[in-house]
Design a binder for this molecule. Structure first.
Ligand code: COI
Length: 361
């Protein structure tokens, strides 16, 4: 059912090290939007649990029947990971097995078969290799890799699809929030993002569009994003629309616990917790009342797209709390900056990867 769209012949040029780059991309101005690359990867499962041999095809539109499970009932999940070019010309993935495992967990919840960890990682590698010239030069960004798993088979009644498609496309990206400006967050106390027992803890495609309305409203008022509260008490900080939240108080770094299935188990979240422990902070996964957020020394969010981004201000009902970001602005020692530099240092091989988190493509 996959249709190969028009190939996009893109010429490339070489830098002084002989590395090839796609022409026509302003590598200094990358944002977080689609720049079509050469290739994408596709693999199908039409017989129960097993995916057939996948393959690369030219990047382009896909064909789906109108009654596909993904289109009608939202049977789909996504992933996101980055491939980064190092100073010495290697291309590294960051903890791709974690994404493969998270996709497996999400697939189970959405009643879908999923590729094995090996199939997933191999497919990501093939896609990145095929799109090598789209991986930005060192320090300019990354190739954002987007695996999708969807019910592509036809269904009319509410039921799992009989056919599934695993697809990976990629796009060169810069930083999600250009310049990493500190966030001006609005705490939403009516609409909820996730409920215990729901799907907030997986990357279901259905988790994002319901947030647009609120995002649009708060952005119109000058806020940068929304922080959602838990749906049981309406008192605890849970998650920003596309990122996990952390607070620092004294020597303790805290982030909402995963226990109710309402928090996305971010790969960056997990990595930042480990890095913070290495720096000697105490790290806690716990319930975080909004009050704690409003009394924190520092707050920041994490995600594959945002990496680590400081939070500058939080508005909750009639209260507005501003964090002291003087240290962040001077780049001297504030925790989110330190964590950001360490994480991106490991991802780009500027720092030694003692944890075995990176995988060369
Ligand atoms: C990511 O951080 O990779 C995400 O998936 C968040 C968003 C871009 C959907």
């Amino acid at each position: 059912y996959l249709q190969t769209a028009s190939e996009m012949p893109t010429n490339c040029h070489s830098d002084e090290l002989g590395e090839k780059y796609a022409d026509g991309v302003n590598w200094d101005e990358l944002g977080f939007r689609i720049i079509p690359t050469d290739s994408m990867y596709t693999m199908k499962c039409s017989d129960g649990d097993n995916f057939s041999q996948g393959h690369l095809i030219p990047y382009g539109n896909i064909e789906l029947c109108p009654s596909a499970g993904i289109l009608n009932y939202g049977q789909g999940i996504l992933e996101g990971l980055k491939a980064t070019r190092t100073e010495d010309g290697r291309i590294m993935l960051f903890r791709p097995k974690e994404n493969a495992l998270r996709m497996k967990m999400g697939a189970e919840r959405m009643c879908m078969p999923s590729p094995s960890v090996e199939q997933f990682v191999d497919a990501v590698k093939q896609t990145v290799r095929a799109d090598k010239r789209w991986v930005p030069p060192p320090g300019k960004g990354a190739l954002y890799v987007r695996p999708l798993l969807m019910g592509s088979g036809s269904v009319l009644g509410v039921a799992p699809a009989a056919e599934y498609t695993f697809l990976i496309y990629a796009s060169p990206v810069g930083i999600y929030l250009k310049g990493r400006p500190s966030l001006n967050l609005y705490v939403e106390d009516k609409l909820r993002r996730a409920t215990p027992g729901g799907t907030g803890g997986i990357k279901s495609v259905t988790n994002y569009a319901p947030l647009y309305q609120e995002q649009k409203e708060v952005r119109a008022k000058g806020f940068s994003d929304v922080l959602f509260l838990d749906s049981v008490t309406g008192k605890n900080s849970e998650e920003i629309s596309s990122a996990n939240i952390f607070i620092l108080k004294g020597n303790v770094i805290s982030t909402p616990a995963l226990i109710h299935g309402t928090i996305l188990p971010g790969v960056t979240r997990k990595s930042i917790m480990e890095i913070a422990l290495d720096f000697g902070y105490q790290v806690e996964e716990r319930v975080i009342p909004v009050e704690d957020l409003l009394e924190a020394d520092e707050a920041f969010c994490t995600g594959t797209a945002v990496t680590v981004n400081p939070i500058g201000a939080v508005t909750y009902q009639t209260r507005r709390y501003m964090y002291n970001l003087v240290e962040y602005k001077t780049g001297n020692g504030a925790i989110s900056q330190k964590l950001y530099e360490t994480l991106t240092g490991i991802q780009t091989a500027r720092l030694e990867d003692k944890k075995g988190w990176t995988l060369e493509v």
